[in-house]
Design a protein around this ligand. Structure first.
Ligand code: PLP
Length: 444
């Protein structure tokens, strides 16, 4: 058996057969609240590089990379080979036994994290990573009070959705934790839109100080360095360094949710927190999405003192599974050896300029913003600040018809187009995608 099967043959739809039959079956068994893109949803059958194919054999340039999960490239031979070889040996053995790929990946991530005396706990998702971070912070600080950013998103479990600032993601609004919401994630709304960076940071710090004046014993602040589902919005560099000075005075931990921003995606930095360098490394860092290149790898990094503060036997049945660790190791090696962070900076810099040019003169575009290969295009009803989710859906459909897949924000940010291709995007692909986007925006 060859280890590298290559792209499967394209499936041509039989006369009379239709993707909607799969859609009907989907609707019959999958909950209504599981989001699906497009009026006629796409069945993706395979991918290669920065492209994916649907069941009709149509090829798309993938500007959303799964959901930032395909970090390097689709069907990257190095990852496929590592996974196939590991599957041939053993897929799963559980953390009850020594596991070489898990230790090796933990060593590499601990070294990259910037956190001293780091310990790494692997999970199978970003939600579970954040859940674990919250467990650690509340246990370490003996408090169930959490600071979270407005407009944030941290996952879909009871504790993570309960603290998520993007309330439209929370089905009940109930939470096992007491959460206070801090300003700072979004700066182009309301009075803040007119502020300079310095004045914005000062205002957010004053807001944080004010909140802390009314409460005691907060466990941690959890924040995404660039808000992902929140529409790829970043605060000015240095906001979290300014926050850190306040948090340190109160002994409050800082959890950086790097689920979307890690591994060089933001171009200038390997981690999103490094844009706030003077803050120093976070007390707890969470990751997921891209590290497994689509395999379910998430995790938490914290210094030993925090990680080991819980005195309980605990395992994650699938966290650290050898097959996912093999994918993570091969993917991370490729990323570092090919300097994909540098590529994200260079090609992302070009792409954001091309997207700005494509959006120039389109009345519905309020803002184009970007860091590396994390680019947001915010759409509003022309001449107003009112979000326009229908316009965003129309652009998604028009881009899809022209062979380009893009994403959009979640909750009340569905009017923001999100562009986050695999980090190996080439200049030619960036140009091609921007040209399609220009046509799609022009069709509004
Ligand atoms: N944290 C952030 C910043 C995210 O963007 C997400 C998912 O989009 C999560 C956590 C949850 O990750 P997962 O969907 O893997 O549970």
């Amino acid at each position: 058996m060859g280890l590298l099967p290559g792209p499967p043959p394209r499936r041509v739809r039989r006369a009379g057969a239709s993707v909607s039959s799969l859609f009907d079956r989907h609707k019959a068994v999958i909950p209504d609240w599981v989001a699906l893109y497009y009026k006629d949803p796409i069945e993706i059958t395979h991918g290669e590089g920065r492209h994916v194919w649907d069941a009709d054999g149509r090829r798309y340039l993938d500007f959303f990379g799964g959901i930032l999960t395909t970090m390097t490239a689709h069907a990257l031979p190095e990852v496929t080979k590592a996974v196939a070889e590991q599957a041939g040996r053993i897929i799963h053995s559980s953390t009850l036994y020594l596991n070489r790929p898990m230790v090796e990946l933990a060593e590499r991530i601990a070294g990259l994290s910037g956190i001293p005396d780091a310990r790494v706990f692997f999970t199978t998702s970003g939600t579970e990573a954040n859940d674990t971070a919250l467990l650690l912070a509340t246990a370490y600080r003996r408090s169930n009070q959490i600071l979270a950013m407005r407009n944030s998103y941290h996952g879909r479990s009871f504790s993570t959705v309960g603290i998520t600032g993007n309330r439209s993601w929370s089905p009940t609004g109930l939470s096992p934790l007491q959460t206070l919401y801090v300003h700072g994630g979004v700066r182009n709304r309301g009075p803040y839109a007119q502020y300079t960076d310095e004045r914005f940071v000062d205002a957010c710090v004053a807001d944080l100080e004010d909140l802390l004046g009314h409460t005691r014993d907060v466990a941690a602040l959890i924040a995404e360095p660039v808000q992902g589902v929140g529409g790829f919005t970043s605060p000015p560099d240095g906001l979290y360094a300014a926050f850190r000075r306040v948090l340190d005075r109160h002994g409050i931990l800082w959890i950086a949710d790097e689920v979307q921003t890690g591994w060089g995606r933001t171009g200038d930095h390997f981690w999103g927190w490094q844009a706030h360098g003077q803050a120093g490394p976070p007390d707890i860092l969470t990751f997921a999405k891209g590290i497994g290149n689509g395999m379910s790898v998430g995790g938490v990094v914290a210094r030993a003192e925090i990680m080991n503060c819980i005195d309980a036997n605990s395992i994650s049945t699938f966290g650290g599974s050898p097959i996912t660790m093999a994918a993570g190791l091969a993917n991370l090696s490729y990323l570092l050896e090919h300097d994909l962070q540098g590529n994200a900076r260079r090609v992302g810099g070009l792409l954001v300029e091309r997207v700005r040019a494509a959006a120039a003169g389109v009345d519905a575009v309020r803002e184009v913003r970007g860091r590396g290969l994390m680019i947001g295009v915010e759409l509003t009803e022309p001449g107003t600040d009112k979000a326009d989710p229908e316009a965003a859906s129309a652009v998604l459909e028009a881009a899809r018809e022209r062979g380009l897949l893009i994403g959009k924000g979640g909750g009340h940010n569905t009017s923001v187009l999100r562009i986050a291709p695999p980090l190996s995007l080439t200049v030619a692909e960036a140009e091609e995608g921007a040209a399609i986007l220009e046509e799609a925006l022009g069709a509004l």
